[in-house]
Design a protein around this ligand. Structure first.
Ligand SMILES: [Zn+2]
Ligand SMILES: [Zn+2]
Length: 421
């Protein structure tokens, strides 16, 4: 019997896993500096929270959710995104009683039943953040600034910040009407999905990836021309804060985002390295969603970063940085040396030094070969003579320098602390 992972899911293992860990700790570090706390929400939720928030007519809800009845016949869904669960948690745990704004970040797998293709998975990973309780554009700008710092921390360049405002419940109906009028002369040429979108939510035609629809929307009315005074002021406020913070950005009036819950600010961070699927982070404001979930009126904004795309960018850039080599390899000859080696290794490990040992009575030669394969920085050789004299030999595998050190002094060995990695 041979087993393999399901279609569209993947294992993550060394050396790639070290990039994942690096990205996760960069997020933790940067987001904490902005006052975000980690929130761990479940992977399964009641189906209606996604239908309600993401919208019944979206591709996610219509085609892509992993939805199934549990043993008590409740409809359960594997989360396709992180915002709805976080909002559910915010309301359920009464976080709105705490001083505003409350800020959370999350990280973990999401699930969408998509046609597997390069860079797209059915179980994929996101790191996201959500901030509740402030409507000022200052917060929107801070969020974009936080993303900028996060990407800088990972040495990712060639990014573009695209921003837009899609208005509020006051001004969006006018825009929807204008858009609907614009497309009503062309309905026969729209793709089948957009024919339905034209009736249910014409905004979503702007999201369509079908070439003929992209062609048809040339000259369509732009949302930024339909903003009410408050939305206009909010958007202008955001733009001036972005200028102040030196965040180079581009206004993209076609960026409406695929989900129903967005209001006002929407944004995407795109990379020139990613081809057609170029967004590496995306988000926006959702000032009505907390109320929809039964909470008090609470403005909110958030984003999600697509981990797989981000990891690909880092991997393509530099294969070297994903090495995770042990600092020391203890080669031992004989059973007494084996015991001594183990106890030295334990001391070093307690000091946080990564140590590997020889196994299986391997010859010195084959132990050295293994140390080299692992990319170890230093090898220590312990045999009967060394045990007698109390002095062991070390060798630096990177520059071939060598020397001796007292067996009791190994844990203070300078070589571990000199090199920066
Ligand atoms: Zn408005
Ligand atoms: Zn279309």
């Amino acid at each position: 019997m041979k087993y393999s992972a399901l279609k569209g899911v993947h294992d993550i293992y060394p050396p790639d896993i070290y990039i994942w860990q690096k990205v996760e700790s960069a997020a933790e570090e940067v987001f904490s500096a902005y006052g975000f706390h980690e929130l761990r929400v479940p992977i399964i939720e009641s189906t209606d929270i996604f239908v309600r928030s993401i919208g019944e007519t979206t591709d996610i809800v219509e085609k892509e959710m992993y939805t199934f009845p549990d043993k008590a016949d409740r409809s359960i869904t594997l989360r396709p995104e992180g915002t709805a669960p976080v909002v559910r948690s915010y309301v359920e745990n009464h976080f709105y009683n705490l001083p505003s704004p409350q800020k959370f970040y999350y990280s973990g797998p999401m699930f969408r039943y998509e046609r597997p293709q390069k860079g797209r998975f059915r179980q994929f990973y996101q790191i996201g953040a959500e901030a509740f309780g402030a409507s000022e554009p200052k917060l929107d700008a801070e969020i974009l600034s936080m993303l900028k710092l996060f990407f800088e921390r990972l040495d990712i360049t060639g990014l573009t910040f695209e921003v837009n405002s899609i208005g509020c419940e006051k001004c969006r109906p006018d825009y929807k009407k204008a858009l609907s009028d614009f497309f009503s002369k062309k309905t026969s040429e729209l793709c089948p999905d957009c024919k339905r979108r034209h009736i249910n939510n014409p905004l979503r035609i702007l999201d369509c990836k079908v070439d003929s629809c992209i062609e048809l929307r040339k000259g369509a009315p732009q949302v930024t021309d339909y903003l009410c005074t408050e939305c206009r002021e909010h958007f202008n406020g955001l733009l001036s804060f972005l200028k102040l913070l030196n965040i180079t950005h581009k206004i993209n009036p076609n960026m409406v985002r695929g989900l129903d819950y967005y209001t006002r600010t929407t944004f995407e961070v795109t990379s020139e390295h990613l081809g057609a699927q170029k967004a590496v982070a995306a988000g926006g404001r959702y000032d009505r969603l907390v109320e929809e979930f039964g909470g008090p009126p609470t403005p909110a904004i958030g984003f999600a970063i697509g981990m797989e795309r981000l990891i690909t960018m880092i991997k393509d850039r530099n294969k070297k940085e994903i090495e995770q080599a042990p600092k020391a390899f203890l080669a031992t000859i004989g059973s007494r040396a084996d015991i001594e080696g183990l106890s030295i290794a334990e001391k070093l490990r307690a000091d946080g030094i990564q140590v590997e040992l020889g196994y299986g009575n391997a010859s010195l030669k084959s132990q050295l070969r293994r140390a080299d394969k692992l990319g170890a920085n230093y090898v220590f050789i312990i045999g009967d003579d060394e045990l007698k004299s109390g002095i062991i030999k070390w060798k630096n595998l990177k520059d071939s320098s060598q020397g001796e050190i007292g067996i009791k002094e190994v844990s203070g060995f300078q070589g571990f602390y000199n090199q920066q990695k």
